[in-house]
Design a protein. Sequence first.
Length: 139
Amino acid sequence: MDTEKITKSEKEWKEQLSPEEYKVTRKKGTEPAFSGKYHDCKEEGTYHCICCGSPLFASQTKYDSGTGWPSFWDPVSPDNVETKADFSIFFMPRTEIVCSQCDAHLGHVFNDGPKPTGKRYCLNSAALTLIKSGEETDV
């Protein structure tokens, strides 16, 4: 993926996003478990970044992890997400996942997911927008 990163000022992000979307994606917040609109969503489609629209995860890789957050076992493309070490909870190091296009905080990835990857990409609904199958457009 050889495209330039999307950068905006804090003011521009605040104008574009709801307060919860801004807190989660730009300030690395976490929505409460079982509160997000996609944690139990069964509709088919592609989950895109709420900030820039980049396609991130397909519904075919979504599964019920029991955690209360939307969970996936693989991204649409490994180029669409980046990982970063997260030591915000000093006794529990984690791996943060961000949108590679705009650096939006999406959630975390863990090594306790199902086959074939063994990964659990645990995301915040507030970081996503679902484009349902049949509604995709040529962007």
